[in-house]
Design a protein around this ligand. Structure first.
Ligand code: PTJ
Length: 257
């Protein structure tokens, strides 16, 4: 594969190749785990099934997520190795907009990688970054994966966790937290367990969320609450699967054309 600088912008898969390159770079910098590359491969395949665009159900979930973040009393944004490689500036921008701390919370935990991600976020202008000095445990998880911070995820009412693992998502929900995730797999345990599941690529979801938070920050609380009351995550997941079926059916018909 040519180096990124050699990939012409007109290449039909430029955006996808850029995304891959960011992850490879993330691995090189010790920010992303090797497993992150495998996760991205799975994500790419699923993204293809929705046509690599933000679908209507994804936009509805993003709107609900923005409302939930704006209404939250103590929201926290969780950052793992893939989010740190793909959308670090956007995670910091979103956190700063809603006045939330970030917490580095990684699945394949090494203290070195946690520190590198935390330093990256601080270098990008993040306010409070938790994760490198955990002082609490999420109940029901093994030791390394349970690590959390008081004032951060442990005490949050709303946790935004893009690309989360099913067990941890379940454990957070069991603690009574509302969980917002970004996951291109609408059938994953994380997708089915979360309060709001955004079936979109994290590289599109984050800029959308930032714009929505800007747009909705002026709305009154009652209006935001009404939007959330009318939100049905199961229905959004079903519609996301239908988007995949309809896109595939369309592509399939095009084979005859
Ligand atoms: O940095 P760490 O150690 O916390 O590890 C992060 C990964 C993502 C490797 C880890 O959490 C993991 O193994 O995740 P999973 O269980 O593979 O789940 C990742 C989910 O995210 C899968 O359902 C993927 O389809 C989905 N996914 C992958 N890339 C993207 C994505 N969803 C949205 N945008 C993506 N770019």
């Amino acid at each position: 594969m040519p180096a990124l600088s050699e990939v012409p912008r007109t290449h039909p898969r430029y955006a996808s190749l850029m995304t891959r390159e960011k992850l490879v770079e993330g691995v090189g910098r010790g920010i992303t785990g090797l497993n992150g590359l495998i996760a991205q491969g799975r994500g790419e395949a699923l993204d293809y099934l929705i046509g690599e665009v933000t679908t209507a159900p994804a936009m509805e979930a993003e709107r609900a997520a923005a409302a939930m973040l704006l209404l939250a009393e103590g929201p926290v944004l969780s950052v793992n190795g893939n989010a740190a490689a793909l959308v670090p500036k956007e995670m910091v921008a979103l956190a700063n907009k809603i006045g939330a701390p970030l917490e580095v919370n990684i699945f394949y935990r090494t203290e070195e990688r946690v520190k590198k991600i935390a330093d990256l976020l601080r270098g990008l202008g993040a306010g409070t970054v938790y994760g490198d000095e955990p002082d609490a445990q999420i109940p029901g998880l093994d030791h390394a994966r349970a690590k959390a911070a008081r004032g951060g995820i442990y005490d949050a009412d709303v946790v935004f966790v893009p690309l989360e693992d099913g067990d941890r998502c379940e454990a957070l929900v069991k603690m009574g937290k509302r969980v917002i995730t970004v996951d291109l797999n609408p059938l994953s345990r994380t997708a089915r367990t979360s309060t709001v599941t955004i079936v979109d690529n994290v590289v599109r979801a984050l800029p959308n969320l930032i714009s929505l938070v800007d747009e909705m920050a002026g709305q009154d609380e009652a209006e935001l609450r009404r939007l959330l009351e009318g939100y049905d995550n199961r229905a959004v997941l079903r519609r996301s699967v239908e988007e995949m079926i309809s896109h595939l059916t369309h592509q399939f018909s095009a084979l005859d054309g």
